[in-house]
Design a protein around this ligand. Structure first.
Ligand code: UTP
Length: 293
């Protein structure tokens, strides 16, 4: 069966980037001229996804508004002959069928995914974390879907990270199958130093089978008293193994201050309209580095 559905969890509290997230979801942080979540929806669409469920919570209506039409703005742009802008804002509303559901309490990523149970039904599906923007030549989600068709098993997107970061993320047990592809039979969320299985961490993307819902329903709260997706995937990996894919792309965690800044810089460096000005700006900052305290 083809993978056509994706879930984007975007109901986290975003505490690491407060106070910016007091009234605005981090998924709406602008990365130059588009909100972060638009990059993620674009990656899903470029991977063949046609139906997307975004998990939101109270105060995240702004995400819904972004994917809706705005007749008065369209009319104003039309009258001003700003056709490029008009086209770009209209297109956003027709990229995919986008649905929304609210996670009523922020009980963790696993609990957020559980909210998609009736939307997904009995299909396999992609999960793209709402705060992980990945910039790559070809969409990471697309490669992962292809791997799913090959192995018929859940796929996790991973990258190698330094030891101090693996303690904050998750660590997986790997057995190499071929370049960038591993068999994974175990994993742990936010390991202690002695529990590290490898420096490969699960970062922002996975392809899951519907069995995950039953597992999530019986997964007790783990780290941070939240229902962790990693704990549920561990059960799946222990039972039938999963495939880890070391993706080729640069991942930006826009839920961290430096990550959000880095994402903007990466996009600005390649943005046709501003890249030249941005390089001048960077040079200016660099030359004044020793004056900054
Ligand atoms: P994070 O753990 O990075 O998000 O979850 P967070 O909880 O907002 O982070 P901090 O620690 O408070 O800063 C990864 C993704 O899962 C979503 C988040 O919105 C993010 O896109 N998430 C997390 C939910 O949808 N619901 C939750 O209960 C937790």
């Amino acid at each position: 069966m083809k993978i056509t559905k994706a879930v984007i969890p975007a109901a986290g509290l975003g505490t690491r980037v407060l106070p910016a997230t007091k009234a605005m979801p981090k998924e709406m942080f602008p990365i130059v001229d588009k909100p972060a979540i638009q990059y993620i929806v674009e990656e899903a669409v470029a991977s063949g996804i046609t139906d997307i469920l975004i998990i939101t919570n109270r105060g995240k209506d702004i995400i819904e508004d972004h994917f809706d039409r705005v007749p008065e703005l369209e009319e104003a742009l039309f009258k001003q002959n700003k056709n490029e802008f008009l086209k770009s804002i209209k297109e956003i509303s027709y990229m995919a069928n986008i649905y929304f559901i609210r996670q009523k309490e922020p009980k963790g990523l696993g609990h957020a995914i559980l909210q998609s149970k009736s939307f997904i039904g009995n299909e396999q599906f992609a999960v793209l974390y709402g705060d992980d923007v990945i910039i790559s030549k070809t969409p990471v989600c697309k490669h992962m879907i292809e791997l799913f068709y090959e192995f018929k098993k859940g796929i996790i997107g991973v990258q190698k990270v330094p030891e101090e970061l693996i303690l904050k993320y998750s660590s997986i047990k790997t057995e190499k199958i071929r370049e960038r592809v591993f068999k994974c039979t175990d994993m742990i969320e936010k390991p202690e130093k002695s529990q590290i299985m490898s420096l490969y961490a699960i970062l922002g993307r996975c392809i899951l089978t519907p069995e995950i819902f039953e597992i999530l329903e019986s997964t007790p709260p783990g780290r941070g008293n939240e229902i962790q997706l990693t704990d549920a995937m561990k059960t799946l990996a222990n039972k039938e193994s999963m495939i880890a894919y070391e993706f080729d792309g640069i991942r930006h965690d826009i839920g961290s201050k430096i990550g959000a800044l880095r994402a903007s810089m990466h996009v600005a460096m390649n943005h046709p309209e501003i890249k030249d000005d941005f390089k001048i700006l960077l040079k200016e900052f660099y030359e004044n580095l020793n004056k900054i305290n």
